[in-house]
Design a protein around this ligand. Structure first.
Ligand code: TRP
Ligand code: SF4
Length: 330
């Protein structure tokens, strides 16, 4: 028996997922799906808050992302997998919540301010973008989810969700459980240039990258910049390659061999990297095998999303009766 408490989380369909997504989010979802009643969804409306001017890619991104989820082992037999925009009740609840959400709460949201400054190439001074956390709140409480696994960057949004939920319950009577943030502590996954692995930096190793590309990217990845020549001693503690790949994939013996060999310059960076490349490839092999199978069957993904939508819709429409009743609409 799974313990009570429903878990819900979502991801915006922004394209192919990479190792950072796996170690930061999906590995956690894999654990949770065995322990809780889980809902995982594609936040395609949220993608529109920033990509409204170029929505063409969203459709393909949804498919690719769901394939990535399934290929790492997210299992439709264990978790409800669906697409946000199919469940129209999210939009209805968003409207109701928008009535009670003070503008000042949204305007002071630190994530909002940061993103506003960061997304210079897009005009995000829109009603939809400001209301991003209101929609996110609807996503969560419409399933009466009590646990929301997210990274620390999403914590301010979750705090807002809790405030909006409290306000609703205060005004109209206890209707929704207050969602708890299940803070995911994720290892630091760095990309080939030593910065945080991110699609927008072009430094990512994708879950769908061919083995030769994975190898090439890993061999090109930045190391301890002070180690210029093979004869220079290095320091693994300031080496982005070590910090990501040896930390995540190497066994203790290899780690010891690397630390000593690097510090004494008895191994070169290429040799060091070659010792872990097979581990990464071995992790990706079954993932890519599942991906190939899923790609062979063009209707598989649609069928999974359709089944997920049925379960999600059942839960969401039930909650909407409660919400409408509470607000005197039904
Ligand atoms: N904002 C989340 C992200 O960018 C995606 C998201 C939308 C979400 N609705 C949610 C996450 C509800 C958790 C719960 O990753
Ligand atoms: Fe990094 Fe390994 Fe090179 Fe040392 S030997 S700098 S740990 S890649």
């Amino acid at each position: 028996m799974k313990p009570t408490g429903r878990v819900l989380s979502g991801m915006r369909p922004t394209g192919a997922l990479h190792l950072g997504h796996f170690h930061g989010v999906l590995s956690n979802w894999l654990k949770l799906q065995n322990e809780y009643d889980c809902f995982f969804f594609v936040a395609d409306w949220h993608a529109l808050t920033t990509d409204y001017a170029n929505p063409a890619a969203i459709k393909d991104n949804i498919r690719e992302m769901v394939i990535d989820w399934l290929s790492v082992g997210i299992d439709p037999a264990k978790a409800v997998i669906f697409r946000q925009s199919v469940i129209k009740e999210h939009a209805e609840l968003h409207v109701l919540l928008s009535m009670i959400t003070p503008l000042s709460w949204l305007e002071r949201n630190p994530t909002y301010k940061e993103q506003m400054e960061a997304l210079v190439e897009k005009d995000v001074r829109t009603f939809g973008f400001l209301g991003y956390p209101v929609l996110q709140t609807a996503d969560i409480i419409i399933y009466k989810a009590s646990l929301v696994p997210v990274g620390v960057d999403q914590a301010p949004h979750l705090e807002l969700s809790r405030e909006i939920t409290r306000r609703f319950n205060h005004l109209y009577g206890n209707t929704f459980p207050e969602p708890q943030t299940l803070l995911t502590t994720s290892p630091k996954v760095l990309g080939t240039d030593g910065r945080k692995m991110s699609k927008s930096y072009g430094n990512a190793i994708l879950l769908s990258d061919a083995p030769e590309d994975v190898e090439k990217k890993m061999l090109q990845m930045m190391t301890d910049t002070a180690r210029k020549r093979r004869t220079d001693a290095g320091n693994p503690d300031v080496c982005p390659f070590y910090e990501t790949f040896h930390a995540l994939y190497s066994d203790e013996t290899t780690v010891e061999w690397v630390r000593e060999g690097c510090a004494k310059a008895s191994i070169g960076c290429t040799e060091c990297k070659r010792s872990v490349i097979p581990k990464v490839l071995a992790f990706l092999e079954p993932v890519q095998k599942r991906r190939a199978e899923l790609e062979k069957d063009p209707t598989a993904i649609e069928a999974i999303l359709r089944d997920g939508a049925r379960s999600a819709h059942e839960a969401a429409s039930k909650t909407m009766h409660d919400a409408r009743k509470a607000m005197g609409l039904e």
